[in-house]
Design a protein. Structure first.
Length: 353
């Protein structure tokens, strides 16, 4: 029996799984998928859950129903790479593996800022996005919301809340001189103008000193607000940070050309957990998952795997509410309805394929 265990059913894990299931597998191959939820959750849409513009079922997708895979919906307690087993909060459950795929994503990085972990809302997990949505939805008229971080997540959270609650006072704290520092200046200008037009206050050169229950202190000025949402940085899941493997400066595991851990080539790592030249994204994790599936199929058949081809990303898309957006598509910066429509199409594909 060859036991393949996939940790995480996100964008990368599901591509590994479907890549394996799309082929005829030997009867001695046993696949187990471990996830905390009994469904796939589309993380790139969590901002809409936080804003209250989407219902839970809009960002949930069923896992493939296939007799060749066993699902275990539990919270992982430890990845024991010495004994080749996964331990859970329930001590009676232990899953052993011969080949392990790690794709358990990321969590917030609060950079040691006092009060951020205790008082800031998050969109990093389904349950946390849901909690944020309740906090936003329960605000009284003219409530105050501060979104910390003006990267892709912060932009989408702030704009979606504006569309959901026109009455709220929304503040976006941006560490840099421009929002979306990784994007083209055309996109930056478009997003800045959208916020001006829609009365979202953007504060550049922000340095958050601490977060309190009812406010945020930034550059010596304390802003009173009702809800604070953190989108100012992520780090690999703590389970990954605990593993005894070489990591990069961002605590991501360094892998070889086959996405294997050099110290233990029975372990594959992808997405937010793996060191890469590219910025983390659902698209990146999905492409990595497809390539890992091809490598694993060769390994499971006792064949020498072919080295994966260089990844080709198609671009990055973002939304400004339901009718406006932005993105780098085939290295061309686009703004307006077209990139928003394209993102809707990507979501449709994610839910149905």
């Amino acid at each position: 029996m060859k036991k393949v265990v996939i940790l995480g059913g996100g964008y990368g894990g599901i591509k590994v799984l479907t890549g394996l299931l799309n082929q005829s597998l030997s009867e001695d191959i046993h696949i187990t998928v471990v996830d905390r939820n009994p469904f796939r959750s589309l993380k790139t849409e969590f901002y809409s859950i936080a804003a209250g513009t989407s219902a839970d079922h809009d960002v949930r997708v069923d896992f493939p129903d296939d007799s060749r895979v066993n699902y275990l919906f539990q919270e992982i307690n430890k990845i024991d790479v010495k004994q080749k087993r996964i331990l859970f909060s329930d001590p009676d459950i232990i899953v052993e593996y011969d080949y392990l795929v790690i794709g358990i994503g990321c969590e917030d990085n609060f950079h040691g800022i006092p009060g951020a972990k205790e008082y800031a809302e998050s969109v990093q997990t389904f349950s946390k996005a849901r909690h944020s949505g309740v906090a936003i939805g329960n605000l009284k008229a003219y409530g105050k919301v501060s979104v910390i971080g003006a990267g892709l997540s912060g932009i989408e959270v702030a704009s979606e809340i504006r569309e959901s609650r026109p009455d709220l006072n929304i503040r976006l704290l941006d560490r840099g001189a421009n929002v979306l520092k990784a994007f083209d200046s055309k996109i930056q200008d478009h997003v800045e103008q959208w916020f001006i037009k829609n009365d979202v206050d953007v504060i550049h050169h922000s340095t958050v000193e601490y977060v309190e229950k009812d406010g945020v202190c930034n550059n010596g000025i304390c802003y009173l607000n009702d809800v604070t949402i953190w989108t100012a940085g992520v780090q690999p899941n703590y389970l990954v940070r605990q593993l005894p493997f070489e990591k990069d400066i961002q605590d991501k595991i360094i892998v070889n050309d086959f996405y294997q851990v050099p110290e233990d080539q029975s372990i594959y790592v992808l997405g937010d957990c793996a060191s890469s030249e590219y910025s983390p994204s659902g698209q990146l994790a999905g492409l990595q998952g497809e390539q890992i599936a091809e490598v694993l199929l060769s390994v499971l058949a006792d064949k020498e795997p072919k080295q994966p081809k260089p990844l080709k990303l198609k671009g990055t898309l973002g939304s400004l509410g339901k009718s406006d957006g932005f993105g780098n598509m085939v290295k061309t910066p686009l703004t307006g309805f077209l990139p928003r429509l394209a993102k809707t199409g990507v979501l449709w594909l994610s839910k149905r394929h």
